[in-house]
Design a protein around this ligand. Sequence first.
Ligand SMILES: [Zn+2]
Length: 162
Amino acid sequence: MTGVSSHPVTGTVDDASRPENLPEGWEEWLAFFAAQLPRPVDREEHGGSVTFVAGDPGEVIVELAPHVIRIAEYVAPPASPGTTAPRRRWLGRIYWQRMSPTLAIAAVEALIEAARETRHARFRTCTWCEQHLPPERMVDETTCRRCAIESLGPPADGEGHA
Ligand SMILES: [Zn+2]
């Protein structure tokens, strides 16, 4: 992934799932997200678009498609077994080819910032271990799952755990 911004690498990947004629600026966006999103960055390609899931715990999800970039706050998958795909709380979409790259980047940066901020606003500090954790790792406003399991806090009644 080095040197992506200095020369286009379009055509070096022989993948039938990608559109043949990627729009101008596509590789620059890939490089931008690789550099700017919170790490680690998970990258998935399907149907001609690229999805980035960034941060651990997850913070922001970005979908890059030939005409639109969509940005969402990361929402943890439901606790039911077998579900691992995160959900998305959409914040905005940018039709990036309709504006200058400078304006498109500014708009995308603002939405990434908004996604991270709203995500972090949901974090809570566990009263028992004093860790600052995302909602999916808390059983309630004051106790994290680990402390609940280790019975440091009140029992996690009403959660349905055996
Ligand atoms: Zn705790």
